[in-house]
Write a protein that binds this ligand. Structure first.
Ligand SMILES: [Ca+2]
Length: 206
């Protein structure tokens, strides 16, 4: 349509609809949620579990998050304070916002926030490397992760059964590199660029 930001615009249907076969027409795209129609044709959302061997398991039904709604974005973040991120799904039909509490078996984790001094203040663009024995996890801090959705500017590291981090390395956008050894887990820590010690903001609830 020629005026996508005109919320009162109406576009007439171009031909007769075959309603018996489920065809529908919504004359303004702003009216999809109100009309109850569903652009995804009630296709169910999918959830896939990383098996850490290069594959994924389809756990859509088992997770309970296989909503038939018209999903637009999904992000995850821990709102219960136990270190296990919840799943948030924003939909245009079938419920505007779905929140799925994380009931997977508890694993160890670390939340890491950054405060830049030479770099930008939230450390956006920093690269984080986490070593535990032979296992290495690499993440970048980018708080924008999905369509019209945003998470706090932190990195959430799922650590499995590891109870300590041998080496935690932060490569700041400024080029500064900081390394910490033998870092305890199950907490939210904050690292300030250039400071020798990190600060523990909160320990995860048990
Ligand atoms: Ca949680």
């Amino acid at each position: 349509m020629s005026q996508p930001f005109n919320s009162s615009a109406q576009v007439p249907c171009l031909r007769d609809l075959d309603t018996e076969n489920g065809e529908f027409w919504v004359s303004s795209p702003w009216n999809f949620p109100a009309s109850g129609e569903n652009l995804s044709a009630y296709e169910r959302n999918g959830v896939f579990l990383n098996d850490r061997k290069g594959g994924f398991h389809d756990v859509s039904f088992a997770s309970g998050a296989d909503s038939p709604g018209d999903g637009r974005s999904a992000v995850s973040g821990d709102i219960t304070g136990d270190g296990m991120p919840e799943l948030f799904v924003r939909q245009a039909g079938g419920g505007a916002l779905l929140v799925y509490r994380n009931r997977f078996p508890r694993v160890h984790s670390l939340q890491l926030s950054l405060r830049g001094t030479r770099s930008n203040s939230l450390g956006v663009g920093a690269r984080i490397e986490c070593r535990m024995g032979k296992r290495v996890i690499r993440r970048s801090l980018y708080p924008v992760v999905n369509f019209l959705s945003q998470l706090p500017a932190m990195v959430h590291l799922g650590l499995g059964d590891a109870t300590r981090i041998d080496h935690l390395t932060i490569r700041w956008p400024s080029g500064e590199v900081q390394e910490f050894r033998d870092v305890p887990v199950d907490r939210h820590i904050r690292v300030r660029e250039g400071e020798a010690d990190y600060r523990t903001l909160r320990k995860h609830r048990h």
